[in-house]
Write a protein that binds this ligand. Sequence first.
Ligand SMILES: Cc1cc2nc3c(=O)[nH]c(=O)nc-3n(C[C@H](O)[C@H](O)[C@H](O)COP(=O)(O)OP(=O)(O)OC[C@H]3O[C@@H](n4cnc5c(N)ncnc54)[C@H](O)[C@@H]3O)c2cc1C
Length: 448
Amino acid sequence: MNNITIIGGGLAGCEAAFQIAIKGLSVRLYEMRPHIMTGAHRSGNLGELVCSSSLKSNSPSTAHGLLKEEMRTMGSIILDCAAKASVPGGDALCVDREKFGKLVTQVIESNPNIEVIRQEITDIPLDRPCVIATGPLTSPALADSIKQLTGANHLHFFDAIAPSVDSESIDYGKCFRQSRYDKGEAAYINCPMTHEEYEAFIDALVGARIANLHLEEEKNARYFEGCLPVEVIAKRGRDTLTFGTMKPVGLTDPHTGRRPHAVVQLRQENADGTVYGLVGFQTQLRQSEQDRVFRMIPGLEHAEFVQYGAVHRNTYIDSPNVLTSALHTKLDKGLFFAGQMVGVEGYMESAASGIVAGINASRIATGQSVVVPPKETIIGALLDYIANCPIDDFQPMNSNFGILPPILEKHPKKMRKELKVERARKAMREFSELSWGSAPNPARDSVS
Ligand SMILES: Cc1cc2nc3c(=O)[nH]c(=O)nc-3n(C[C@H](O)[C@H](O)[C@H](O)COP(=O)(O)OP(=O)(O)OC[C@H]3O[C@@H](n4cnc5c(N)ncnc54)[C@H](O)[C@@H]3O)c2cc1C
């Protein structure tokens, strides 16, 4: 029987193991807990949720709900356990964390095709296929080994995420396209500020509340010069931002014919141009404060944030340079990565990538070609983003409607999300039928 190695028994590793096991292949799943713990896990349970007990919205009219629908179609064991451990959460799928972790542990450990080995792996094994799913808190020894594989520039230890907005929510009447000194294409959208607007913005920024941080390293992360949050720079001096992130040099506002006092630059973040990031605006502000403060930026008054800014500990690969959208490395078809470390952000996004890595590892083990859901689906769009994101400073992404390709026909804005949902459902149905002849849910009856 083919043996597939998985390292990491978190959300992604368990999904991958289950997908392989239900195809009749055998899995060796290495998990270092409880012998060696991370800074956030509290138990030896597989699939432990390290923080919130909410798996976010279950409603298919939201991107998170659509992601779950797609995961169920692909046979998610994590969502099967979540359903059995759910507690009232309104629109959100919330779970009893303890019960959830125990259920995941039970269903994985009792599967006859899965051998769970409680051991830290310190080097990337030579066995193939192999799936590495050791998460944002990968142990330092294994992180070193991954760094040797990817090169030091292609493994990151901190997220310093700047917020991104849906391009349709930008007020283009107030902004203008131009690169500083007109160098290259007019790649940036500039949100110009007058002196008064800048002063009011700085007051709001330095007075805004910071998010609750999880780990000691996160609290100290602000002292890493390379990923200084914008509010920390602002606190160094009222005008400091006008000499760096918000400097207006080489720019002329066509509305006034003059150089603005300051600008916020937005840069395209995906190939379709549906998502724009606020350049240099990595932040530790609470999400509600980001809504309040960043909507003071001219042109962003009605911005829909597809991703909020954050700074936290996170080991992740520079996927566009290292991985394909099938989740194996560009140089080795037998070596897969999955979970948060591929640059997806969130419990469900991590689990979803585990499903795809598991399916593809088992296909490689049985001599078949790999499959990737189309990019009209949320899962496919996430995988497309991590493998093909065009920007240099690759940052993790969660599921949102902004990463789906635009609806090209003219429709009222409020209908476009519905159309994206319908298109995603159709694409997932066709993908399932093409890939394995039906839309299976093999997880459905697997937990007693
Ligand atoms: C502090 C913190 C809080 C977070 N809170 C949330 C939240 O509230 N909501 C949300 O959606 N997302 C949150 N995330 C982000 C992310 O969704 C979770 O980290 C998620 O668990 C990632 O899933 P994963 O499978 O990639 O990694 P994990 O679930 O962390 O699984 C990785 C597993 O690999 C094991 N491991 C690590 N190194 C080795 C090794 N060398 N050998 C063997 N085993 C190893 C670990 O013990 C762990 O069990 C948080 C992340 C962090 C760091």
